[in-house]
Design a protein around this ligand. Sequence first.
Ligand code: NDP
Length: 486
Amino acid sequence: MNSCPDTALRVGLNLILDPPFGDNPGTTPDPMLTENTTSTAPPSAPFLDGLKQRCGNEPEFLQAVDEVMESLLAVSQQNETYTQARILERLVEPDRVVMFRVVWEDDSGAVRINRGYRVQFNNTIGPYKGGLRFHPTVNLSVLKFLAFEQIFKNSLTGLPMGAGKGGSDFDPRGKSDREVMRFCQSFMTELFRHVGHNTDVPAGDIGVGAREIGFLFCHYKRLTGRYTGALTGKGLAYGGSLIRTEATGFGTVYFARDMLSRNKDSLDGKRCLVSGSGNVALYAAQKLMEFGAHVVSLSDSKGTLHFPKGLTAEQFAWVHDLKERRRGRLSEFSEDGSGGEYLENKKPWELPADCAFPCATQNEISLDDAKTMVDNGVKLVAEGANMPSSIAAVHHFRSHELLFAPGKAANAGGVAVSGLEQSQNALRIFWDRTKVDRRLQEIMTNIHEKCVEHGERPNGSVDYVHGANLAGFIKVADAMVAFGVN
Ligand code: NDP
């Protein structure tokens, strides 16, 4: 038996001192957790030590668990029902992970092989739901972190959605449409047996946009002979929902608006950093411009475009076309003479601003970046991406009482409108733009209110990380208790 490293946590821990997994819960610190991504004092409990030993080569997953456990350990330990049912121990283990070979032929006729995954993490409150990511960095750790985060995010939306995530280490960048199509068909040839409108409903994520969803959905339809809403993010011509494309970016900005409005402030005139130039970033930028904010940056994995006076509608249209249709790089922007300064190999975080919207990828904001941002006057950070801030960066923002919205709350608009797409498919109806946008705004406002309810500090400010973790957790935990031991 291992001793609890933090004596304060011994109180109420009697029931979780026995190792719930195998014989050895372990105490060895995980060597894969670097200073860059973790706090100096990660949360501690014997079952977490065991998890770190079992998942020692899954740093992103452990980072996501650490972040959530900072909020949940104390609360759960005070609730005997949760403790007896070992809710936290069960919550960190996925229901199942499917891993498979994807073989396809490139344009030269060469045989290519990738690895495909679907992590079905938790279906307590509804069918598994979460995107597919196609990117060379995809591995089990990244997908487990994303699927784990999805548990809380999907619960926060108030819609009946469980949590999953999947994808492949396939890189669609630089591939022809035909190559992407052949890959998607091969990927779905295995995935189709694990998904369905009542079991698991994937959507897009990094590298999976309208083109990929079209290929995937068509192949699912051919393999099953059924026309059902087994994927979301579909094109409008074949069962998609209006606003789904824009929903994650729009939702993030709606959440930021609600945070500012609680402080009798608005986005009007604010200088906003946006990272990324994909689906989430572009529509966050568009909504920010609509609300009168100045978008001073966009970025991609090679560099940052700086717009000192704020992105204009013409520049936005140019970037939109570059990314959505021509699939080009931001470095082409200045070459094209359309204005904006290109900062090669730079992230946006050194630029002076009032607000920041990280919308690219995980761990794109390090502690040093966070310090620079706070020193430069950033007062609000709303995460459009999943876990874009390292744990140390999050601590820095929280300790300075910034308005900091974690991704699981701020970017929940995407999955929320996916949920609305599922409803429209099931009812065989199509809602107009106004209706879907109104529902999205209501959902984001409800999430904001839940975060305030559970995260308000004694001084009246809000710890949105704590609020989101707690509000998302309680619903799932109560349902798990109701289901008994399973
Ligand atoms: P896209 O593929 O449309 O765009 C991703 C953007 O991020 C691109 O500009 C890409 O640049 C950039 N990027 C990717 N990896 C890196 C990196 N390592 N360093 C710097 N930039 C990088 O993806 P989405 O916009 O859909 O997703 C962005 C984030 O939002 C992800 O964290 C995703 O999980 C999250 N999210 C997405 C949702 C959705 O509905 N799409 C829903 C909720 C969250 P490049 O082109 O050079 O690779």
